[in-house]
Design a protein around this ligand. Structure first.
Ligand SMILES: Cc1cc2nc3c(=O)[nH]c(=O)nc-3n(C[C@H](O)[C@H](O)[C@H](O)COP(=O)(O)O)c2cc1C
Length: 197
Protein backbone atom coordinates (compact mmCIF):
# COMPACT_ATOMS: atom_id res chain seq x y z
CA UNK A 1 0.00 0.00 0.00
CA UNK A 2 1.40 3.42 -0.91
CA UNK A 3 2.01 5.51 2.18
CA UNK A 4 -0.47 8.27 1.32
CA UNK A 5 -2.97 6.13 -0.55
CA UNK A 6 -6.56 6.56 0.66
CA UNK A 7 -8.60 3.88 -1.11
CA UNK A 8 -11.89 5.22 0.30
CA UNK A 9 -11.17 8.73 -1.01
CA UNK A 10 -10.02 7.36 -4.37
CA UNK A 11 -13.16 5.25 -4.73
CA UNK A 12 -15.41 8.22 -3.87
CA UNK A 13 -13.59 10.31 -6.45
CA UNK A 14 -14.03 7.72 -9.20
CA UNK A 15 -17.65 7.22 -8.20
CA UNK A 16 -18.27 10.95 -8.74
CA UNK A 17 -16.46 10.91 -12.08
CA UNK A 18 -18.47 7.87 -13.22
CA UNK A 19 -21.75 9.29 -11.98
CA UNK A 20 -21.49 12.64 -13.78
CA UNK A 21 -23.71 13.06 -16.84
CA UNK A 22 -24.86 16.05 -18.77
CA UNK A 23 -28.31 16.69 -17.34
CA UNK A 24 -30.82 18.60 -19.43
CA UNK A 25 -33.93 18.24 -17.29
CA UNK A 26 -34.24 19.62 -13.76
CA UNK A 27 -36.69 19.43 -10.89
CA UNK A 28 -37.66 22.80 -9.45
CA UNK A 29 -35.62 23.29 -6.31
CA UNK A 30 -33.60 26.07 -4.77
CA UNK A 31 -29.95 25.35 -4.22
CA UNK A 32 -28.91 26.12 -0.63
CA UNK A 33 -26.17 28.66 -0.05
CA UNK A 34 -23.93 26.04 1.65
CA UNK A 35 -23.98 23.94 -1.51
CA UNK A 36 -23.07 26.91 -3.71
CA UNK A 37 -20.25 27.61 -1.31
CA UNK A 38 -18.87 24.06 -1.62
CA UNK A 39 -19.24 24.07 -5.40
CA UNK A 40 -17.33 27.35 -5.78
CA UNK A 41 -14.76 26.33 -3.19
CA UNK A 42 -13.90 23.39 -5.47
CA UNK A 43 -13.51 25.83 -8.38
CA UNK A 44 -11.42 28.21 -6.28
CA UNK A 45 -8.92 25.44 -5.55
CA UNK A 46 -8.30 24.65 -9.22
CA UNK A 47 -4.79 25.02 -10.62
CA UNK A 48 -3.97 27.87 -13.01
CA UNK A 49 -0.98 29.08 -14.99
CA UNK A 50 1.27 31.03 -12.61
CA UNK A 51 -1.57 30.73 -10.11
CA UNK A 52 -3.22 33.67 -11.84
CA UNK A 53 -6.76 32.39 -11.08
CA UNK A 54 -8.36 34.28 -13.94
CA UNK A 55 -11.81 32.75 -13.43
CA UNK A 56 -14.86 34.61 -12.23
CA UNK A 57 -18.38 33.25 -11.84
CA UNK A 58 -21.79 34.88 -12.00
CA UNK A 59 -24.64 32.85 -10.52
CA UNK A 60 -27.90 33.44 -12.32
CA UNK A 61 -31.18 32.57 -10.63
CA UNK A 62 -33.34 35.31 -12.07
CA UNK A 63 -35.83 33.68 -14.48
CA UNK A 64 -35.74 36.51 -17.02
CA UNK A 65 -31.97 36.36 -17.24
CA UNK A 66 -32.08 32.56 -17.54
CA UNK A 67 -34.46 32.98 -20.46
CA UNK A 68 -32.11 35.48 -22.06
CA UNK A 69 -29.29 32.93 -21.77
CA UNK A 70 -31.53 30.22 -23.26
CA UNK A 71 -32.79 32.41 -26.11
CA UNK A 72 -33.24 30.45 -29.33
CA UNK A 73 -31.18 31.35 -32.37
CA UNK A 74 -30.54 30.44 -35.98
CA UNK A 75 -27.36 28.63 -36.94
CA UNK A 76 -27.12 28.59 -40.70
CA UNK A 77 -30.59 27.45 -41.63
CA UNK A 78 -31.13 25.49 -38.44
CA UNK A 79 -33.21 26.87 -35.61
CA UNK A 80 -31.52 25.83 -32.37
CA UNK A 81 -33.19 26.02 -29.01
CA UNK A 82 -31.98 24.81 -25.68
CA UNK A 83 -34.98 25.66 -23.51
CA UNK A 84 -33.74 23.38 -20.75
CA UNK A 85 -31.22 26.07 -19.86
CA UNK A 86 -34.05 28.29 -18.60
CA UNK A 87 -35.37 25.42 -16.45
CA UNK A 88 -32.11 24.91 -14.60
CA UNK A 89 -32.21 26.00 -10.98
CA UNK A 90 -29.20 28.17 -11.64
CA UNK A 91 -26.90 29.02 -14.48
CA UNK A 92 -23.28 29.69 -13.79
CA UNK A 93 -21.65 32.09 -16.20
CA UNK A 94 -17.92 31.37 -16.26
CA UNK A 95 -15.72 34.33 -17.12
CA UNK A 96 -12.02 34.58 -17.93
CA UNK A 97 -10.21 37.71 -16.82
CA UNK A 98 -7.70 38.64 -19.51
CA UNK A 99 -6.14 41.36 -17.36
CA UNK A 100 -5.35 39.00 -14.46
CA UNK A 101 -4.21 36.04 -16.52
CA UNK A 102 -0.46 35.65 -16.81
CA UNK A 103 -0.62 35.51 -20.60
CA UNK A 104 -3.46 37.73 -21.71
CA UNK A 105 -2.89 37.11 -25.39
CA UNK A 106 -2.58 33.39 -25.02
CA UNK A 107 -5.33 30.93 -24.40
CA UNK A 108 -4.82 30.67 -20.64
CA UNK A 109 -7.65 33.13 -20.13
CA UNK A 110 -9.83 30.36 -21.51
CA UNK A 111 -8.01 27.27 -20.30
CA UNK A 112 -7.76 28.09 -16.61
CA UNK A 113 -11.48 28.87 -16.21
CA UNK A 114 -12.29 25.61 -18.01
CA UNK A 115 -10.25 23.68 -15.44
CA UNK A 116 -12.08 25.46 -12.61
CA UNK A 117 -15.37 24.70 -14.36
CA UNK A 118 -14.77 20.96 -14.30
CA UNK A 119 -13.86 21.23 -10.62
CA UNK A 120 -17.20 22.85 -9.90
CA UNK A 121 -19.06 20.37 -12.10
CA UNK A 122 -17.56 17.43 -10.20
CA UNK A 123 -18.26 19.08 -6.84
CA UNK A 124 -21.88 19.62 -7.90
CA UNK A 125 -22.09 15.96 -8.94
CA UNK A 126 -20.71 14.86 -5.57
CA UNK A 127 -23.45 16.92 -3.89
CA UNK A 128 -26.14 15.23 -6.00
CA UNK A 129 -26.72 17.99 -8.55
CA UNK A 130 -26.91 17.63 -12.30
CA UNK A 131 -24.99 19.95 -14.58
CA UNK A 132 -24.61 20.66 -18.25
CA UNK A 133 -21.82 22.58 -19.91
CA UNK A 134 -23.19 25.04 -22.44
CA UNK A 135 -20.80 26.40 -25.02
CA UNK A 136 -23.15 26.82 -27.93
CA UNK A 137 -23.55 30.54 -27.28
CA UNK A 138 -20.17 30.97 -29.02
CA UNK A 139 -21.85 30.95 -32.40
CA UNK A 140 -24.53 33.40 -31.34
CA UNK A 141 -24.88 36.82 -32.90
CA UNK A 142 -22.84 39.68 -31.51
CA UNK A 143 -26.06 41.47 -30.48
CA UNK A 144 -26.98 38.59 -28.18
CA UNK A 145 -23.54 38.58 -26.59
CA UNK A 146 -23.75 42.37 -26.14
CA UNK A 147 -27.21 41.98 -24.57
CA UNK A 148 -25.87 39.40 -22.12
CA UNK A 149 -22.77 41.46 -21.32
CA UNK A 150 -24.94 44.50 -20.65
CA UNK A 151 -27.54 42.61 -18.56
CA UNK A 152 -24.82 40.97 -16.45
CA UNK A 153 -22.60 44.08 -16.39
CA UNK A 154 -19.64 42.11 -17.64
CA UNK A 155 -16.64 44.41 -18.08
CA UNK A 156 -14.71 44.59 -21.36
CA UNK A 157 -11.68 42.62 -20.14
CA UNK A 158 -13.83 39.67 -19.06
CA UNK A 159 -14.52 36.97 -21.61
CA UNK A 160 -17.54 34.71 -21.39
CA UNK A 161 -15.96 31.26 -21.43
CA UNK A 162 -18.84 28.87 -20.87
CA UNK A 163 -22.17 28.51 -19.10
CA UNK A 164 -23.06 25.68 -16.74
CA UNK A 165 -26.68 24.74 -16.06
CA UNK A 166 -27.11 23.41 -12.54
CA UNK A 167 -29.97 21.79 -10.69
CA UNK A 168 -31.59 18.72 -9.18
CA UNK A 169 -31.60 16.08 -11.93
CA UNK A 170 -35.01 15.39 -13.45
CA UNK A 171 -33.64 12.59 -15.63
CA UNK A 172 -31.12 9.73 -15.41
CA UNK A 173 -29.48 9.43 -18.81
CA UNK A 174 -27.39 6.42 -19.78
CA UNK A 175 -23.64 7.04 -20.04
CA UNK A 176 -22.61 8.30 -23.47
CA UNK A 177 -19.98 6.26 -25.30
CA UNK A 178 -16.31 6.95 -24.78
CA UNK A 179 -13.23 5.99 -26.76
CA UNK A 180 -11.17 3.14 -25.33
CA UNK A 181 -7.93 3.74 -23.42
CA UNK A 182 -6.08 2.06 -26.31
CA UNK A 183 -7.33 4.77 -28.65
CA UNK A 184 -6.30 7.54 -26.26
CA UNK A 185 -3.04 6.54 -24.58
CA UNK A 186 0.31 5.62 -26.08
CA UNK A 187 3.57 4.28 -24.73
CA UNK A 188 6.47 6.73 -25.21
CA UNK A 189 5.65 7.61 -28.82
CA UNK A 190 2.42 8.51 -30.56
CA UNK A 191 0.56 5.49 -31.80
CA UNK A 192 2.66 2.96 -29.85
CA UNK A 193 0.14 0.79 -27.99
CA UNK A 194 0.32 0.76 -24.21
CA UNK A 195 -0.66 -2.22 -22.10
CA UNK A 196 -2.99 -0.93 -19.37
CA UNK A 197 -4.84 -4.22 -18.95
C1 LIG B 1 -17.13 22.47 -23.61
C2 LIG B 1 -18.47 21.78 -23.66
C3 LIG B 1 -19.54 22.38 -24.29
C4 LIG B 1 -20.79 21.77 -24.30
N1 LIG B 1 -21.86 22.46 -24.84
C5 LIG B 1 -23.08 21.90 -24.76
C6 LIG B 1 -24.22 22.64 -25.21
O1 LIG B 1 -24.13 23.77 -25.66
N2 LIG B 1 -25.43 22.05 -25.09
C7 LIG B 1 -25.60 20.79 -24.57
O2 LIG B 1 -26.74 20.32 -24.48
N3 LIG B 1 -24.53 20.06 -24.14
C8 LIG B 1 -23.29 20.60 -24.20
N4 LIG B 1 -22.21 19.89 -23.73
C9 LIG B 1 -22.38 18.53 -23.17
C10 LIG B 1 -21.83 17.45 -24.09
O3 LIG B 1 -22.73 17.25 -25.15
C11 LIG B 1 -21.62 16.17 -23.27
O4 LIG B 1 -20.63 16.40 -22.28
C12 LIG B 1 -21.18 14.97 -24.10
O5 LIG B 1 -22.15 14.65 -25.05
C13 LIG B 1 -20.89 13.74 -23.23
O6 LIG B 1 -22.03 13.39 -22.46
P1 LIG B 1 -21.96 13.37 -20.86
O7 LIG B 1 -21.55 14.74 -20.40
O8 LIG B 1 -23.34 13.01 -20.39
O9 LIG B 1 -20.93 12.35 -20.46
C14 LIG B 1 -20.96 20.48 -23.72
C15 LIG B 1 -19.85 19.87 -23.10
C16 LIG B 1 -18.63 20.52 -23.04
C17 LIG B 1 -17.49 19.87 -22.30
Amino acid sequence: MRQHARPDVAESFFEVVRRRRSIRKYKPHDIPKEDFKKIFEAARLAPSAENSQPWRFIIIRNQKVKELLAKPRFQGRTFLTQPFIANANAIIVVLGDSSVSCCPRATWTTRDPLIATEHLVLAATALGYGTCWIANYESRPEEWIDEVRTALRIPEHMHIIVLVALGIPGETPQPRPRKSLQELCFDETYGNPIDLS
